[in-house]
Design a protein around this ligand. Structure first.
Ligand SMILES: Cc1cc2nc3c(=O)[nH]c(=O)nc-3n(C[C@H](O)[C@H](O)[C@H](O)COP(=O)(O)O)c2cc1C
Length: 166
């Protein structure tokens, strides 16, 4: 029988070994200030309507704000934006003073140079253990022809060249 801590450690190792893209989820708070954090729990959910999801740790400093507001943007980072991923994952940094971004027509912060941005209206929130799953309906999309930033084994980088040779 696996103990709980053995299972937790194996779970962390399996998840660290499972590659994902990297996003920064952003929004504007009640004081008109931009907020955001690095997120790799992002996934697509539905085509009709267009739905995506991500999950937020209840310990995140802006957790209550993300629960309260009714829209957010998913910025899909490009392969040269590992510094942005680190910036939005470290506490006590002035994140938006240290990257190029603009406010969209939907009043959402969009980071410049991303491979895509999805602007979403909150569709549903689901409590799930120590996280909350936020499902968004996509109301606007911009896509640029760029490679994705990949997270694997606690490291970030571009897809290996071999990936394109298949
Ligand atoms: C690659 C990567 C993926 C992450 N994914 C998530 C995620 O899906 N959900 C989450 O709540 N935090 C995630 N985090 C952690 C947050 O980005 C980090 O805790 C951030 O500092 C939280 O914002 P705060 O400092 O305002 O609390 C991730 C961090 C990294 C480096």
């Amino acid at each position: 029988m696996q103990s709980n801590s053995e299972k937790t450690n194996a779970f962390k190792e399996a998840m660290a070994n499972y590659p994902t893209g990297v996003t920064v989820v952003t929004a504007i708070d009640d004081n008109d200030k931009p907020i955001g954090l690095t997120v790799n729990s992002f996934a697509s959910v539905s085509l009709d309507p267009l739905l995506v999801l991500w999950s937020i740790d209840k310990r995140v400093s802006t957790y209550e704000t993300f629960k309260k507001i009714d829209q957010f943007a998913i910025n899909l980072l490009a392969d040269n934006q590992a510094d942005i991923a680190s910036l939005f994952a470290k506490s006590h940094q002035d994140r938006f003073a240290n990257c190029d971004w603009y406010q969209s027509q939907h009043q959402l912060p969009i980071i410049k140079g991303v491979m895509a941005s999805l602007q979403c209206k909150t569709f549903k929130q689901i409590e799930a253990g120590d996280h909350t799953i936020l499902i968004g309906e996509v109301v606007a999309i911009d896509v640029d022809k760029k490679g994705p930033l990949v997270y694997h084994g606690r490291k970030m980088g571009a897809l290996p060249a071999s990936f394109h040779e298949q």
